[in-house]
Each structure stands twice: as structure tokens, then as C-alpha cells.
Design a protein around this ligand. Structure first.
Ligand SMILES: [Zn+2]
Ligand SMILES: [Zn+2]
Length: 179
């Protein structure tokens, strides 16, 4: 038996399009600079009024440095992610930068469009939550054989209807996970 959705994931991996690969180099580079600059700000620039406060100051500098650095990484991620969703890049990057406290990023993750991928069989454009291709019935993700809702590759029973997934003659890879 063929495993159509397995072929689908192999195609995705071949593109090297994992979420972490989306973060551009400039943003990783910039986040390191931002982190170091924050450490300098706390330890070199601000006056050392109370020497006994050093552990506190180290904690403050480390946590805010990490927060600023992740913010830069997040902006880098959004700048790439927005393009593969065919949304307006300049608008969303500006929004994420300008809205304070990461609210822009939260709004972005709530409103972003699903990624369009292509059916490996007939190249129809598909949203990421499709289980089957609407044109050729190509199976994109593992699904329950009874209620046809999506299941995890490691599931033994369907979480929606309790169907025993072994009865669907699941591929050997599923069986391997069970033992
Ligand atoms: Zn198709
Ligand atoms: Zn089910």
C-alpha cells in the first residue's frame, strides 16, 4: 500500500522549509548585537550605585536582553512568513515593530492567512489544513478511517470517535511507533 501523505511530508522536507529556517540571517545577527548591547547598557553604562545589587542586575540584564533579542528574531520570522502567505509584507512587519509589547505579533499570528501548498499529485493550491486534495482526492494528512478527522501519526485510537486506527490498515511506520 502506498502512503500518500508520507510522500507529501518528504516533499516539504526536501524544500528545507522548516519554521526555524525561516528566520533570516540578518535577524539572528541583529539579535546577538541587541543582546550584547543590552548587557553593556546594564553593566557598563548605567551607574553602579549599589555593588550588592550585582546578582539582581545580572538577572535583569539577562532577561531583558533575551526579550529584546527574541523580539528581533520574531520580526525576522514574520518578515519571511508573511511572504509565503501572500500577505502585505511591509504592512505586517511595520505593525509588529510598532505595536508595543509584542501585541502586533499576537495580532499577526491570529490573523495570518494559511500557507498555500500544492498537491503533489495534480498541483492544485491547497490550504495547510486540507486533509484531501479537492481535485484529485490525494491524501495530505493521516485521517481516521471512520469519521475522517485528522489523527496524530502516533495515535492508536481516534480522539474524536474512538475508532481503532489499526483497522484502517495503517502503514508500517504507524505500527512501528506503537511497539
Ligand atoms: Zn490533487
Ligand atoms: Zn474518528
Amino acid at each position: 500500500m502506498t502512503i500518500p501523505w508520507k510522500r507529501g511530508t518528504d516533499l516539504d522536507n526536501a524544500g528545507g522549509d522548516s519554521e526555524l529556517n525561516l528566520i533570516p540571517r540578518w535577524s539572528i545577527f541583529l539579535s546577538v548585537i541587541v543582546f550584547v548591547a543590552t548587557q553593556y547598557l546594564f553593566h557598563g553604562y548605567l551607574p553602579h550605585s549599589k555593588p550588592g545589587m550585582l546578582p539582581m542586575r545580572m538577572m535583569m540584564s539577562y532577561s531583558s536582553g533575551t526579550a529584546f533579542a527574541s523580539y528581533v528574531l520574531l520580526i525576522g520570522y514574520v518578515s519571511r512568513d508573511v511572504k509565503r502567505r501572500k500577505m502585505s509584507a511591509s504592512l505586517w512587519v511595520l505593525l509588529v515593530i510598532l505595536m508595543p509589547g509584542g501585541i502586533g505579533a499576537v495580532v499577526y499570528f491570529l490573523l495570518r492567512q494559511p500557507i498555500l501548498s500544492r498537491c503533489p499529485n495534480c498541483t492544485t493550491e491547497l490550504a495547510s489544513d486540507f486533509h484531501f486534495c479537492p481535485q484529485c482526492q490525494f491524501q495530505m494528512a493521516p485521517a481516521c478511517g471512520k469519521c475522517f478527522r485528522s489523527v496524530q501519526i502516533t495515535d492508536v485510537y481516534c480522539v474524536q470517535c474512538g475508532h481503532d486506527l489499526a483497522e484502517d490498515h495503517s502503514p508500517a511506520r504507524l505500527q512501528a511507533y506503537r511497539d
